[in-house]
Design a protein around this ligand. Structure first.
Ligand code: GLN
Ligand code: ZN
Length: 769
């Protein structure tokens, strides 16, 4: 056991520093690259990753380097290895029953009538995994040798790496039942799945793995429908069965993404596995428990989710405290996989060097782990230069201009509850009805219109200086005029300008607010081959000039129908950026909120009567542990209200949320006190309408009637059905008619056909009420 490294990371970005994997996989999907070439490219990428991690200081043969590659998703990797793809993909198996790469991709992407696996957020991150469907009929068996092949590939390259698999408890806890009505839950199938993991482990061992990492972050979550105790019992059971296997690598159970429950910690320590990795950036150093003296403890002291260089000396202190628990060996580690951060700061030559000195991307975090490992082996004095350098950078950051902006702070300090409170809803609603004069069941869209190749081209040309600002602006104005005309032609009641000027609903605001930096190559996998470049929120946020006002005002000048102003809310801006770690999120959210509040005032002055503030990420940031949820909802709702409560009574504030799991946040949505809230509803044929009705929600509501995730055009009858359901359950005076979400990923043909059907369905139902 002592051959385990002194430092390790729980996983590494797999998309490639120039998104090589994305390019290869998408070329393969298009038919431009055969499977063998794709496999060769992926193998090259894995080899380069191992070499890079060794260069950065992780050991070549002591299991320090994680084998965490994935073509698409780590949950799908397990599903495809243990036979857990649903029946509708069965025909894609090979004759011997194994699941080839083509079937794996089809499960992710769908084909014909076979819908892809559902996608949802991985814990409280912005990474999306594919949700396995598990029922009594699921037959677990080995269906792929992918994991073992990668271990063997590493051995051939001269490495002993540590394969990383989502563990059995987490795999099942993240799954959904094939039949929602069934009484068995996926986790009830643990005993059927474990023998397949036993076999997988045996294969990893014979391929040359000394250690295996089983990721069990489900053990930190109270949001998966299982109690702490249920999960701890499952973890103990899993550890028992896997540890008793005759022929296996040593087992490291990794529970990142938050504080491990006491029950789970107890269960793991008293089990027969050999190692435990815990997140010490979110959780405290746990209490010592008998049994730890025979285990490796990987202390996750380097944050796997933020981009800050942080306080390395404090991390070293935490590591010492963890070492004091008396484990057989303490290892310096990351709190989670590094898949949530970009590859390397060296790829950002355009970032301000001073900002760079405060940051750490994946490669810099690996180096930090290596430094701390050196400290464990050779004493803290041996790394004092590195610790001091990090401390100096931190001090520099604290005192830097822009990190603290006195004007922003003074304004924040003066806020009172009145700043977050509007007049009573009924009073506002009457004022807005009088000002807007809309029909019942008003129709609108969520904001973006299709982002055509032409729009992307113009933006890219402007970005590289091929066209000047005037030409670009002229192009955008034409685009806005076209979109306004289309909407008038279709007969929509409330129009939008189409968002053609935005590459991304968060980055656009980050580029236009002080306190943010944007990267060139800072890609982070969002799902499959998709990656985003989160902005870095490093300083106090302020708005030096109006951002959206010229576009909104121009659009409004073209039509007598109201045009909605379109903003991204504070919580979503935080959720999809890398945020500062030196003050409470609530303060950062309020700073963003004040900037948006000023923007709304300017929109009102420019004649905009309706402003939509999108908060699609409100649910995503909800803490995994119930005890933390109340405080989060308080500040997130408070920030939204701060952003919007400066609006006049006649100004109608809309918000938009796009997910259908409302139960847990419905009270918070009501507390936002937006005049109108649009939500996703079409996929479930309006099922959420009953949840909204049952909750007593009494403000304006627009349940989506068009599932924009699919190119399918909903028929007028289908839309009218959802509307009738809404009319029968909710107050018709408060109902709006809109798609599920923005249209930017759709093509024009299907968009126009769908919007026409929506308008005619609304007119038909209107005539009946
Ligand atoms: N207004 C945004 C749009 O239409 C909302 C996007 C979202 O909810 N993710 O694109
Ligand atoms: Zn949406």
């Amino acid at each position: 056991m002592t051959d385990f490294a002194a430092g390790t990371i729980l996983g590494y970005p797999r998309i490639g520093r120039r998104r090589e994997l994305k390019r290869a996989v998408e070329a393969h999907w298009r038919g431009d690259m055969d499977a063998a070439t794709l496999e060769a490219r992926a193998a090259d990428l894995r080899r380069a990753t191992r070499d890079r991690l060794a260069d950065l200081g992780l050991g070549r043969t002591d299991s320090a380097i994680p084998e965490s590659f994935s073509y698409y998703d780590q949950v799908l990797d397990v599903a495809a290895s243990v036979g857990a793809l649903p029946e509708r993909f069965a025909h894609l198996r090979d004759d011997d029953g194994s699941i080839p790469l083509a079937a794996y991709f089809t499960a992710a992407r769908g084909e014909g009538d076979a819908a892809p696996l559902e996608m949802t957020k991985w814990f409280d991150t912005n990474y999306h995994y594919l949700v396995p469907e598990i029922g009594p009929e699921t037959r677990f068996e080995i269906t792929s040798d992918r994991f073992a092949r990668q271990v063997a590939e590493a051995v051939a390259q001269g490495y002993v790496t540590r394969p990383v698999l989502v563990g059995p408890v987490t795999f099942l806890a993240l799954s959904k039942p094939t039949d929602a009505a069934a009484r068995t839950r996926p986790l009830d199938r643990l005993d059927d799945l474990l023998p397949v993991y036993v076999e997988l482990l045996a294969r990893l061992r014979s391929a040359g793995a000394d250690w295996v990492q089983l990721d069990e972050p489900a053990l930190v979550s109270q949001s998966l429908g299982y109690t702490d105790d249920e999960l701890a019992v499952a973890a103990a059971r899993s550890a028992d069965v896997l540890a008793s296997a005759a022929d296996r690598p040593l087992i490291l159970v990794a529970a990142g993404y938050g504080a491990l429950s006491g029950a789970a910690w107890q269960a793991l320590v008293s089990s027969a596995i050999e190692g435990i990795a815990i997140d010490l950036t979110r959780g405290e150093v746990p209490v010592a428990v008998p049994g730890l003296d025979s285990k490796v403890l990987v202390a996750g002291v380097i944050d796997g989710r933020n981009v800050w260089r942080g306080d390395l000396a404090a991390a070293a202190d935490t590591l010492s405290a963890a070492a004091g628990l008396g484990s057989a060996r303490t290892v310096a580690g990351t709190s989670t996989s590094l898949q949530h951060v970009p590859h390397d700061l060296a790829d950002e030559p355009e970032l301000d060097p001073r900002l760079v000195s405060w940051l750490a991307f994946a490669d810099q975090k690996v180096a930090q782990v290596a430094t701390l490992a050196g400290g464990l082996l050779n004493g803290r004095e041996s790394i004092s230069a590195e610790l001091d350098a990090a401390t100096a950078a931190l001090a520099d950051r604290r005192s830097a201009d822009g990190v603290r902006d006195h004007a922003v702070r003074a304004r924040l300090a003066e806020l009172t509850p009145t700043d977050r409170t509007r007049t009573a809803f009924e009073v506002r609603a009457a004022a807005q009805d009088a000002a807007l004069g809309l029909p019942v069941l008003p129709t609108t869209t969520i904001g973006s219109f299709p982002q055509t190749g032409e729009i992307r081209r113009a933006r890219a040309e402007f970005g590289r200086g091929a066209i000047d600002a005037d030409a670009y602006e002229g192009f955008l104005r034409e685009e806005i005029a076209r979109v306004i005309q289309l909407q008038e032609g279709i007969g929509l009641d409330v129009l939008v300008h189409g968002e053609a000027e935005r590459n991304d609903m968060v980055q656009y605001f980050a580029e236009n607010l002080d306190g943010f930096a944007v990267t060139r190559n800072g890609w982070v996998q969002s799902y499959g081959s998709r990656a985003t470049r989160p902005s870095i929120l490093w300083g106090d946020v302020s708005r030096s000039a109006p951002i959206t006002v010229p576009w909104a005002a121009y659009a409004q000048s073209l039509s007598s129908a109201p045009v909605k102003g379109m903003l991204t809310g504070p919580v979503t801006i935080l959720a999809w950026s890398f945020v500062r770690d030196d003050q409470p999120l609530s303060d950062t959210a309020d700073q963003v909120a004040l900037a948006l509040r000023d923007e709304i005032t300017d929109l009102e002055r420019a004649g905009i009567a309706i402003v939509q503030v999108d908060e699609p990420a409100l649910r995503e940031l909800l803490p995994l542990r119930t005890a933390d949820q109340g405080a989060y909802l308080d500040w997130s709702v408070g920030a939204f209200r701060l952003a919007t409560a400066g609006a006049a009574d006649e100004t109608q504030i809309h918000t938009h949320l796009c997910y259908s799991e409302f139960g847990i946040v419905i009270d918070a949505i009501a507390a936002l006190d937006a005049d109108v809230t649009s939500i996703e509803a079409a996929r479930s044929r309006g099922e959420v309408i009953s949840d909204v009705a049952a909750s007593g929600f009494d403000h304006g509501i627009g349940p989506g009637v068009y599932d924009i995730h699919s190119p399918r055009v909903p028929s007028e009858a289908e839309v009218a059905d959802i509307l009738r359901r809404a009319v029968s359950e909710l107050d018709v005076r408060r109902l709006w008619v809109n798609p599920d979400c923005g249209l930017k990923t759709r093509g024009y043909d299907e968009t126009l056909a769908s919007l026409r059907n929506i308008v005619s369905a609304a007119r038909a139902v209107r005539a009946q009420v």
